[in-house]
Ligand binder design. Structure first.
Ligand code: ASP
Ligand code: MG
Length: 468
């Protein structure tokens, strides 16, 4: 029995053209594999809109969230109108969508009528997963229209998580048990399930989310629980790139990466994959492909076990925002780490990943990165709260906070390639380096620079990568 898990991201489900591609990909792969499991994200931009609506509901801004819900309805209904669906399928789908949006509106009304000092994370999680539910229903309907037996499944019934709302962690054994009991039998009947990405629920049934971009993680959870042979992530880009093409014009596709390399890439800011999706696939040696939904014939990027000897090349360069805390004195760092951790949990629902901490006779530095999964405002929110906390705590008043950029170069066993490291440092001539570290996984070298210097650093290192 061969099983393929395919995840379709927001950019590959948002328009009729993209959905037509999805359909032809599914029809083609269905002939190649015994079982297919599809995981889908919300349409592009929908999760952002839902988060905004939840915040407006929290502020009691009825007009604001109602307007957003109305826009979402219009967008989904317009898309359905364009799709080649039969009359019964179309009206059932429209009714389903209306019901989901109506329920969500009800939750917003409750939030808006329940005063709370800060937005309540479990209420937010209960509402923002609806984007995935809408998308899953649309794709399942489209497949049925093409005579593929397909059902939309809500992962809230399958993925069991802890209660870290906004960035929950799945209980893998329990989740696998549910997936094996409830999902695998339908595969035997040649059903193609379309599962909502991004969402799960606690043991007691409270809805949770897996962090921004979490549908990738959903795909890897289903892959390990269903013993899949491969996992494919379909996106709007050609694969993993040597740099973010939005920042570096000359970025190129990387044909092959190891699990470690790609995990580091995601961790250090490449926005193609969710950082936590790699571990489960690596542990079970399930190959992962990243492919462009608009160019399915292209190979994309294959992610697999590292070859015994890495080629003499740097693979990629990324950048991510970070925050540095410095003090003109030395002393124990644990109170600062704890403070950073508390702040990050409060502002971004993620624990602090302290990347570098170092001390000299007279100075201390603690530098940590803010995961992209925490959302675009996370750096600002974390920084503001940190400044406040440092001021309010007598022990830490000597510390100052500043935003930094962390530029990371990726290559397996980079620690065994001092000449490559020398080349990197050399190309930064004339720039100020605030800190430098080799990652413990032995495949990353991170350079901390002032935020204004990130672009220049990226470009210089990327030039080195493509001309090596
Ligand atoms: N829709 C969710 C997000 O925007 C999850 C995902 O796209 O993977 O973060
Ligand atoms: Mg994504």
């Amino acid at each position: 029995m061969t099983t393929l898990v395919m995840k379709f991201g927001g950019s590959s489900v948002g328009t009729k053209t993209a959905l037509t591609q999805v359909l032809s990909i599914v029809l083609h792969e269905r002939e190649q594999w015994d079982n297919l499991i599809l995981v889908v994200s919300a349409l592009d931009g929908v999760t952002d809109a839902l988060i905004e609506a939840a915040h407006l509901a929290h502020l009691g801004n009825q007009r604001g969230y109602r307007r957003i819900v109305a826009n979402l309805r219009t967008r989904h209904m317009a898309l359905i109108e364009e799709l080649p669906l039969g009359a019964t399928e179309r009206s059932a789908l429209q009714a389903d969508i209306d019901r989901l949006l109506f329920d969500m509106l009800g939750m917003y009304e409750t939030m808006s009528n329940t005063p709370a000092e800060t937005p309540v994370p479990d209420l937010i999680d209960a509402t923002i997963g609806v984007g995935e539910k809408l998308a899953a229903r649309i794709i399942a309907a489209l497949l049925r229209q093409k005579d593929v037996r397909s059902v939309a499944l809500d992962a809230t019934d399958l993925i069991v998580t802890d209660d870290t709302f906004g960035n929950a962690t799945p209980d893998i054994p329990l989740t696998c048990e549910r997936i094996r009991t409830h999902l695998l039998p339908s595969l035997e009947r040649r059903i193609v399930p379309v599962v909502t990405g991004f969402i799960g629920a606690t043991r007691t049934g409270k809805p949770t989310t897996l962090g921004r971009g979490g549908s990738d993680y959903t795909a890897s959870i289903f892959a390990i629980c269903a013993n899949a042979n491969e996992t494919w992530i379909w996106t709007g880009v050609d694969g993993m790139m040597t740099a973010d093409p939005r920042e570096v014009d000359s970025a190129q596709v990387i044909p092959r990466l190891s699990y470690e390399e790609v995990a580091e890439l995601a961790y250090f800011g490449a926005r193609v994959l969710h950082a936590r999706m790699i571990g489960p696939l690596r542990d079970q040696h399930i190959p992962l492909r990243i492919k462009n939904v608009f160019k399915p014939q292209q190979p994309g990027t294959l992610i697999h076990d590292a070859p015994p000897e890495p080629p003499q090349q740097l693979k990629a360069v990324t950048s991510i925002s970070g925050i540095a805390l410095t003090a003109a004195r030395n002393g124990p760092l644990s109170p600062i780490r704890q403070l950073v951790d508390r702040t990050l949990v409060a502002t971004t629902h993620t624990h602090a990943d302290v990347m570098i901490s170092s001390q000299s006779a007279t100075h201390s530095l603690v530098c940590f990165l803010v995961p992209t999964s925490a959302g675009p405002d996370a750096v600002h929110a974390a920084r503001t709260m940190l400044e406040q906390e440092l001021r309010d705590t007598p022990d830490t008043a000597a510390w100052t906070v500043k935003p930094v950029g962390i530029v990371t170069v990726i290559r397996d066993k980079i620690d065994e390639a001092p000449l490559l490291i020398a080349g990197i440092i050399q190309c930064l001539a004339g720039q100020r380096i605030l800190a430098l570290t080799l990652g413990p996984s032995r495949c990353s070298l991170s350079i901390v620079v002032e935020p204004e210097q990130v672009d220049q650093t990226l470009l210089a290192i990327h030039d080195l990568i493509i001309h090596q």
